[in-house]
Ligand binder design. Structure first.
Ligand code: F6R
Length: 609
């Protein structure tokens, strides 16, 4: 979740780096810093809090040069104070570094540097050991010093390095943390993420694990760990920088909620042929290969894991393959029964979530085929998977995931239908009817978004609540989990989701006068059961807001309020039902004046375990 930006060229390093860091704000940060090389010196500015604080400290015109590195930090080791912000300098001030990731053996390195070299550390961070190591090894050859230093460290890193007496080169190295180099005109860039350089260039090199990059103003040279030159194709980024802006909406989250009809349409329709066959966009999955799969594990975190819960139902129903959804942070510690016949479906918006990546690697080690559903081209998950199905949602900037979730669902439907059809186990009529339902979803989402005024009125009523419950059955359970997460992460209201049938096994003890329940009741086959659940909590004086399909008037009779979604098949209802819940969380957060796009303690991409 930290961001790195570097610049070398004829222009202003300060401007390029600060613009880049601003473009990376969505990653989340709690301090920032910049180092500029000037006349054999390194000028350093760091500040905690908003980037504006750093910008204010860099206003003087003599704070600029033609080479520099910058960083936004999200605290992992050491509190979010100025001293812990990057860049970090070596003890003699000759070397500056920025680092994303975690150095696992930093305590022993720190001890060694203190005992054997008398280094006095200025920060509490693990990252500073890198600056100190390079400082120790630097005897005129910066590249060799960086290589020697990274040989000592264990962990994950993307590191950018400059030295006071090297005015024409930035060195960078990566292992398990994202890194790119941007190709400019009369200048070149270094960054952790593509948006950082998009204002300046669309041509980039994606740096791979264990590679080292030497960047000058006219050249970018990539080497492997043995210093063999690597040739890399230039990736031309198609997406528009403007797509990453708010486009007239007050917040990115609202913009992204309203982008769902389009994102879903793209993700779905670009994969359908004229005859309504599913085309998996380059993924080769033959009948034999599918028949060979005896188990599917879906691994993901947070919202993506709730998409995974729906995936289990879809894979079992349409493809007839036993499936399980696991939280990525748990998966690899329970010795999962993965082998060559396992398909591991990793779901990740960012493609950089460490827990998901580690689960992916564990499944890969055990022989599984890895098929990922991911929103970011060139991300680590995308690159390390055997196959990738991209969600064409466009960049998701708000921390709370919305359009990534609904497009992840679409990928899961397509994959499950494709597998069932290829195996011959899914009857043609069922296949066609589910596809027909899916094709109506973009228009129906537009209808759902029209309920915003009703939802806003509900938000005005409920924003004072301290606790909210979400219940559902069948595919509504996954929706309940996702709805509850949305509410808690952006409003900070305590919310709890539970399968409705589980209520009476304990949780019902919490129900009293006016306890607020959101009841997801979109599954026709479980409708009667949900009515009983509503009666059960109403008898204990709960206040019930139900989400049901148009035409289901019985639910309105027993509920205090009802939000209707357009009529649809049970199978596809989760894609529609989640949207009013996103809007509800959004409007409650708005009433509470929360920082909607950047809720407290959260970051967009969680690159620590
Ligand atoms: C919640 C949210 C998180 C992410 C989770 C996984 O709104 O955004 O729960 O879903 O951190 O992130 P990705 O999908 O990037 O792997």
């Amino acid at each position: 979740m930290c961001g790195i930006v570097g610049y070398i060229g004829d222009g202003s390093a300060k401007e390029a780096i600060l613009t880049g860091l601003k473009n990376l704000e969505y990653r989340g940060y709690d301090s920032a810093g910049i180092a500029i090389g000037k006349k054999d010196k390194i000028l350093l500015r760091k500040e905690s809090g908003e980037l504006e604080n750093l910008i204010a400290k860099t206003q003087k015109s003599d704070f600029d040069g033609t080479i520099g590195i910058g960083h936004t930090r999200w605290a992992t080791h050491g509190s979010p104070i100025r001293e812990n912000a990057h860049p970090h300098l070596s003890a003699d001030g000759r070397v500056a570094i920025v680092h994303n990731g975690i150095i696992e053996n930093y305590i022993e390195l720190k001890h060694m540097l203190t005992e054997e070299h008398g280094i006095i550390f200025k920060s509490e961070t693990d990252s500073e050991v890198i600056a100190q190591l390079i400082g120790i090894y630097y005897e005129g050859d910066l590249l060799e010093a960086v290589r020697a230093a990274v040989k000592c460290v264990r962990g994950a890193y993307a590191i950018g390095v400059m030295a006071a007496d090297v005015s024409d080169t930035i060195i960078a190295v990566r292992k398990d943390a994202p890194l790119i180099a941007g190709i400019g005109e009369g200048c070149n860039y270094l960054a952790s993420d593509i948006p950082a350089v998009l204002g300046h260039t669309r041509d980039i090199y994606v740096i791979e694990n264990d590679e080292i990059v030497v960047i000058t103003k006219d050249d970018i040279k990539i080497y492997d760990e043995d210093m063999t030159r690597v040739s890399r194709d230039i990736m031309h980024v198609e997406w528009d920088a403007a797509a990453a802006e708010k486009g007239g909406y007050e917040d990115f989250m609202k913009k992204e909620i309203f982008e769902q009809p389009r994102g879903v349409k793209e993700t779905l329709e670009r994969r359908l042929t004229e005859g309504d066959e599913i085309w998996l966009d380059g993924i080769e999955l033959s009948k034999e290969e599918i028949e060979n799969i005896d188990r599917i594990y879906i691994v993901a975190c947070g919202t993506a894991s709730y998409a995974g819960i729906q995936g289990v139902t879809l894979f079992e129903k349409f493809a007839g393959i036993p499936s399980e959804s696991d939280i990525a942070s748990e998966f690899r510690y329970r010795n999962p029964l993965v082998n060559e016949r396992t398909l591991c479906v990793c779901i990740s918006q960012s493609g950089e979530t460490t827990d998901t990546l580690e689960a992916l690697r564990e499944a890969k080690r055990k022989g599984a085929r890895i098929l990922s559903i991911c929103n970011v081209v060139g991300s680590s998950v995308a690159r390390e998977s055997d196959d990738v199905m991209f969600t064409w949602a466009g960049p998701e900037i708000a921390v709370a995931s919305t359009k990534a979730y609904t497009t992840q669902l679409i990928c899961l439907y397509l994959l499950a239908l494709y597998m069932g059809r290829a195996k011959g186990t899914l009857p043609d009529a069922e296949y066609r009817s589910v596809l027909a339902e899916l094709k109506q979803i973009p228009d129906k989402l537009t209808e759902v978004l029209k309920t915003e005024d009703q939802i806003k009125t509900l938000a005005e009523k409920f924003y004072i609540k301290e606790q909210v419950f979400y219940i559902g059955r069948g595919m509504d359970v996954g929706t309940a989990f996702e709805a509850s997460l949305k509410l808690k992460e952006i409003t900070y209201i305590n919310s709890f989701a539970i399968a409705a049938g589980e209520l009476k096994h304990g949780t019902i003890a919490l129900v009293r006068n006016q306890t607020l329940f959101f009841v997801l009741a979109t599954q026709d086959k479980l409708y009667e059961k949900m009515l009983s659940n509503i009666e059960e909590i109403k008898a204990r004086k709960a206040y019930v807001v139900s989400v049901a399909k148009e035409g289901n008037t019985r639910v309105a009779k027993v509920s205090d309020e009802t939000i209707y979604i357009p009529n649809c098949a049970d199978d596809v209802a989760p894609i529609l039902a989640v949207v009013p819940m996103q809007l509800l969380a959004y409007h409650i957060a708005k009433m509470l004046k929360r920082n909607i796009d950047k809720p407290r303690n959260l970051a967009k991409s969680v690159t620590v375990e």
